[in-house]
Design a protein around this ligand. Structure first.
Ligand code: SF4
Ligand code: FES
Length: 255
């Protein structure tokens, strides 16, 4: 636990939703009392539980600095990164920590990312060069203005908080979901990319952008300010423009 911040350690109650396959018939709340300082994160609180109180507690983490996207969980009912949320926010009350909504629990706070990863593999999540260039021809150049078309959407860390926040994904797990629509827009809006047409098929598919009910909570919880709801809207505009162009007998447009 960090030693900086407030010198006086206080004690907070952390309630954790536990689920151990093979042992528990259903998830149950378990309470722990954990000392904390002003700069103790929820993740550090969970690590203190694991180190000192119950070594069987399971949760994911890696970077501890809101970069890797692996410590997403429901913290007092809100999808948040545990490493980027501080216990002081909840004191003198208790804080409840549960696995991300809308995803199967593998154990305790660990959820299955299988559906997200499977869909991620299907969106061509990389640049497909619009035109081949040899090494001698040099880099694929881009103006600052072209960069601004997608820069915001390139900040996604695949944390899946927006999926836990999305009521449509909760109702229909086939829905492609906010994070991946932001990622699709990230590549489609890149002037160097040439795979827009195949990604637009996913956008316009049954479980694509038109299934979004425009709640917007995905953008509220996104820790990287990617604004997936904005990406969804831009995808809707692009999908509608493609439809108009097809009706007019024109080729589906580029970015
Ligand atoms: S869009 Fe935001 S909330 Fe969704 S996966 Fe990416 S970083 Fe996480
Ligand atoms: S541990 Fe990496 S985002 Fe929290």
């Amino acid at each position: 636990m960090s030693e900086s911040g407030s010198k006086a350690a206080r004690v907070i109650e952390i309630e954790v939703l536990r689920y151990r396959p093979g042992t528990d018939a259903e998830p149950v709340w378990q309470s722990f009392r954990v000392p904390f300082l002003d700069d103790t994160s929820v993740l550090e609180g969970l690590q203190a539980i694991k180190d000192d109180l119950d070594g069987s507690l399971s949760f994911r983490w890696s970077c501890r600095m809101a970069i890797c996207g692996s410590c997403g969980m429901m913290i007092d009912g809100v999808p948040r990164l545990a490493c980027h949320t501080f216990l002081r926010e909840f004191f003198p009350g208790k804080v409840r920590v549960a696995p991300l909504d809308h995803m199967p629990i593998e154990r305790d706070l660990v959820v299955s990312a299988e559906d997200f990863v499977h869909k991620l593999e299907g969106i061509t999540p990389y640049l497909v060069p619009r035109e081949a260039r040899t090494v001698e021809q040099g880099e694929y150049l881009q103006t600052p203005r072209q960069l601004e078309q997608f820069r915001q959407f390139a900040g996604c860390i695949n944390c899946m908080l927006c999926y836990a926040a999305c009521p449509q994904y909760g109702l229909d797990p086939e829905f492609i979901g906010p994070g991946l629509m932001a990622l699709i827009h990230r590549y489609n809006a890149d002037s160097r990319d040439g795979a827009r047409a195949e990604r637009m098929e996913l956008i316009n598919a049954e479980q694509g952008v038109w299934s979004c009910t425009a709640v917007g909570y995905c953008s509220v919880v996104c820790p990287k300010h990617v604004d997936p709801a904005n990406a969804v809207n831009q995808n809707k505009v692009n999908g509608a423009l493609d439809w108009v162009k097809r009706r007019a007998g024109l080729k589906g447009g580029g970015t």
